[in-house]
Design a protein around this ligand. Structure first.
Ligand code: AMP
Length: 583
């Protein structure tokens, strides 16, 4: 459906909620119509012809002839677009931008074509999300919002196509920059701060602008919970400099060098020694529990995605905010900007449910039992209106940008219905073991990194050291969070310096992990990887424990490559004999 038309139909909260009420009553016909439009729009593409679809395909032909796809099936087509190929390979619209996903394939960042309406569709999703939030929490829009939004510098492919992340592209798009501004609500940071590509400068200025307008702030957030926690933790390191700036009404030149950012922030500041004294008093206390409420006394709600891998940050957010409600409103991705919206956003972070926005994308669902087969059959796919309460499905989408029956990799569970629209909880990303920020490391990536590092260690020690078994976890107790990998070694001869050897192995592992992991490490949102060597026999003790508590039998037991069971973690931690971290 046309994003511009939908946007004008949902200009205010009442219209947005009325619109959702209507489409959630007519899920099946809306989705049928969306599929018809997608097929018409992309009729005549190479992709359709390759699969025997000529002219405008019918829905029946679509279902019968188009296969379920994954990134590797589509990679060559996406690469052609990235190389600047303007023929109608997979979609009719000319692709001027590609989106860099945090998902990886074989360690490389995935790139997706961006449809010209991607940003507008995202605005539509946000409008509905905001309307739903305003209905449940009207106070959320009666003041300003301190949002830790960041953008990255765009890239360019050798074919001249711009590459950007979904959020960065949105913040730099006319859809965001030409939004209607309201001096009473809106963000505490000027756009220059949101658009600053230097993370340190942007982070400092978000805090500074948020603190100087602390009496007006009613909500605090970030796109993802990890970013919010990281930004609040940065306050611990920066509050003294921030207080000087609040006192003098001038931003610190040594920290903020970007001229447009500096001018925009200085224009907001005026000397406020009283506020500086308050911030100093609160931040110098040893206990930071509830710091958000103390510094932003009118803040009533936290806004951030806290589902999926972000759920691990809920305790930290609860700590900083002393239990303010959290609204996790939006579910989106590089493949599609409107995967889901939370229509009841003031709820427990453990009870969030998303409704797909049905107007732009055609959704199908692969029951999880079939999705684990190596080649699931298209006959297993069910439509949005056909999913069953309580079942888990992998999400499959067809979009205007040329993704056909594409497996997003997310597993969702049907937990209820809004009219005839299913509502889903986010179960997880298929195969992801470790994730601190936007990095998503799967079992194969971890295994490759571990075995590469172990081979280096074995070679450097003439085969006297062998890796017997390993597992891993994420450690968020210090910031930034980091990966911990437990190794049990067989040592035929003592090593000269095990600590130094392990440090080398940590670096080899990090180099072998995905491009997104390495970028997050460079940018500081993920801490240095740690290897902990456990004493001989530790993994046998874990098997004994698992068998003893009845969670497995010796014959079937396989070491989980990510240890989550607290008892198993206790065994591992109590057996550590040596550890080291990458630099
Ligand atoms: P990206 O392509 O980098 O934008 O990452 C998109 C992926 O992030 C999705 O496929 C999900 O796995 C995850 N994601 C996005 N929004 C949410 C959400 N609200 N809850 C859980 N995971 C999410």
């Amino acid at each position: 459906m046309d994003a511009t038309a939908i946007l004008s139909a949902i200009a205010c909260d009442e219209q947005a909620l009325g619109f959702m009420e209507h489409v959630t009553r007519h899920v099946s016909s809306v989705q049928d119509y969306v599929l018809q439009l997608l097929l018409e729009a992309n009729a005549g593409t190479d992709y359709f012809q390759r699969h025997g679809l000529h002219g405008i395909p019918t829905k029946e032909e679509f279902r019968r002839l188009l296969p379920i796809t994954t990134y590797s099936d589509m990679e060559a087509d996406f690469q052609r677009l990235a190389d600047g190929d303007e023929s109608k390979t997979i979609c009719a619209a000319r692709v001027l931008e590609m989106l860099t996903s945090s998902g990886t394939s074989g360690g490389k960042q995935k790139l997706f074509p961006k449809s010209p309406s991607y940003d507008q569709e995202f605005v539509a999703l946000n409008r509905v999300a905001r309307a739903a939030l305003n209905k449940k929490a009207p106070y959320a829009s009666r003041g300003k919002s301190l949002q830790f939004f960041y953008v990255r510098k765009p890239g360019i492919t050798s074919g001249g196509v711009t590459t950007t992340s979904g959020l960065s592209g949105y913040f730099t798009s006319p859809a965001f920059r030409q939004r209607k501004l309201d001096p009473e609500s809106g963000y505490t940071s000027p756009d220059q701060v949101i658009l600053c590509v230097d993370y340190q400068q942007a982070s400092y200025c978000h805090l500074l602008c948020g603190l100087t307008q602390s009496q007006e702030v009613v909500s605090i957030g970030a796109a993802f919970a990890s970013t919010l926690v990281r930004s609040l933790k940065a306050l611990k390191d920066l509050w003294q400099e921030l207080c000087v700036d609040i006192e003098t009404g001038r931003v610190n030149d040594n920290i903020v060098s970007d001229l447009s950012v500096k001018h925009a922030v200085n224009a907001l500041l005026k000397p406020d020694p009283k506020l500086a004294a308050l911030v100093r008093r609160e931040c110098s206390k040893s206990n930071w529990r509830g710091i958000v409420r103390r510094l932003w006394p009118r803040a009533r709600i936290i806004q951030a995605i806290v589902t999926g891998s972000m759920q691990q940050y809920v305790p930290a957010i609860d700590f900083f905010s002393d239990g303010l409600p959290i609204a996790s409103s939006i579910y989106a991705s590089s493949e599609c900007s409107t995967l889901g919206v939370n229509l009841s956003p003031v709820c427990s972070p453990y009870d969030v449910r998303y409704s797909p926005f049905p107007c732009f994308v055609y959704y199908e669902f692969l029951p999880v039992s079939s999705s684990s087969s190596s080649s699931p059959s298209r006959d297993d796919l069910v439509q949005l209106a056909e999913v069953e309460l309580g079942r888990e499905y992998e999400l499959v989408i067809t979009t205007r940008a040329g993704l056909y029956r594409y497996r997003v990799g997310d597993v969702l569970k049907v937990v209820g219905f809004k009219n005839s629209m299913p509502q889903f909880s986010f179960v997880g990303r298929a195969g992801v073991l470790l994730s601190v920020d936007t990095d998503k490391t799967d079992e194969v990536e971890l295994h490759t990194a571990v075995t590469t590092a172990a081979a280096v260690m074995a070679k450097r020690n003439r085969g006297d050291v062998r890796l017997l078994d390993y597992t891993s976890r994420v450690n968020l107790s210090s910031q930034p969070g980091h990966y911990v990998v437990y190794w049990e070694l067989s040592l035929d001869a003592a090593m000269e310096s095990m600590e130094a050897e392990l440090r080398k192995c940590c670096s080899v592992m990090e180099e072998s992990l995905s491009v997104v992991y390495r970028r997050n490490r460079r940018e500081g949102s993920v801490g240095a990887l740690e290897i902990k060597v456990v004493e001989p026999g530790t993994f046998d003790r874990i098997v004994d424990h698992v068998v003893f508590v009845g969670q497995g039998s010796i014959g079937q037991y396989k070491t989980p490559r990510c240890a989550r069971d607290p008892a198993v973690l206790r065994i591992l931690e109590s057996s550590v004999v040596e550890s080291s971290r990458a630099r």
